[in-house]
Write a protein that binds this ligand. Structure first.
Ligand code: ADP
Ligand code: SF4
Ligand code: MG
Length: 268
């Protein structure tokens, strides 16, 4: 079972990318599960045709006798969709909620398949959001970033977390590479490729900014489902293939803040 986690800044395109990757994996006849680990709980919506599925945490608050059918919903291509959800505002830790979700799925023997895709918020890499990496779930991390400094900054922080956690024997997480989800900036591909190189990794995919994403979204589908023959669908399929074939897993070396800022300036 491949356990792939997409980490990145909020709004950078993790859920869009995750859902399209899951759809692409399912087209390859793989058994796929996608677990949304963002309190925003919209990771799987396009796979579920716009449906907001109940989150594991809200269900856990309500009842004790949950079954797999209460928390796992089948979406496009047979992808099994789960949303961890968020804690009650003001109390509770989002990260603990994520781990509680994984533990529940394990207890139900529901954490299986060829590929599990974790879609994780990476603005803060506090102990909470690092839990999927720390506890051996997120074994292969892909950083989703654009060329914008703030999203590179978030990606760099995730590198720090991976490097620190890799020193623990329980954490098997490694960096699989960097995915550039474009914001249509000048020199963006070169900048993100250079960033990936400097942290000791690779740019695994450049994803263009494309209206096909919005068109699919208003129709409550992934691009793979809505526009299967579009160039953008081909990009997601290529990314899925590259990830499946990727064996180059690294312990990254995060950049110092001034080096990161200098790098961003160089490519303006
Ligand atoms: P995240 O999960 O990181 O918070 P989302 O996947 O929800 O981010 O994406 C945020 C918005 O950006 C979405 O509304 C989506 O339509 C848009 N988006 C993401 N990737 C692309 C892309 N490659 N081209 C055009 N729009 C995109
Ligand atoms: Fe929130 Fe992170 Fe603190 Fe948990 S560890 S309460 S997720 S900031
Ligand atoms: Mg999201």
């Amino acid at each position: 079972m491949r356990q792939i986690a997409l980490y990145g800044k909020g709004g950078i395109g993790k859920s869009t990318t995750s859902a399209n990757l899951s759809a692409a994996f399912s087209e390859m006849n793989l058994d796929v599960m996608q677990i949304g680990c963002d309190p925003k709980h919209d990771s799987t919506r396009m796979l579920m045709h716009g449906r907001w599925i109940p989150t594991v945490l809200e269900q856990m608050y309500e009842r004790k006798d949950l079954t797999a059918d209460d928390v796992i919903f089948t979406g496009f291509g047979g992808v099994r969709c789960v949303e961890a959800g968020g804690p009650e505002p003001g109390i509770g830790c989002a990260g603990r909620g994520i781990i509680a979700t994984f533990q529940l799925l394990e207890k139900m023997k529901a954490l299986y398949g060829d590929v599990v895709v974790y879609d994780v918020l990476g603005d803060v890499v506090c102990g909470g959001f690092a839990m999927p990496m720390r506890d051996g779930y997120a074994q292969e991390v892909y950083l989703v970033t654009s060329g914008e400094l703030m999203s590179l900054y978030a990606a760099n922080n995730i590198c720090k977390a991976i490097a620190r956690l890799s020193q623990r024997s329980t954490a098997r997480c490694r960096l699989g590479g960097v995915i550039c989800n474009s914001k249509n900036m000048d020199n963006e591909r070169d900048l993100v490729a250079e960033f990936a190189h400097r942290i000791g990794s690779n740019l695994v995919q450049f994803i263009p900014r494309d209206k096909a994403v919005q068109a699919a979204e208003v129709n409550q589908m992934t691009v793979i489902e809505h526009a299967p023959r579009s160039p953008q669908a081909a990009v997601y399929r290529n990314c899925a293939k590259t990830i499946l074939e990727n064996e180059d897993l690294r312990i990254p070396k995060a950049l110092e803040l001034d080096e990161l800022e200098h790098l961003a300036r160089e490519y303006l």
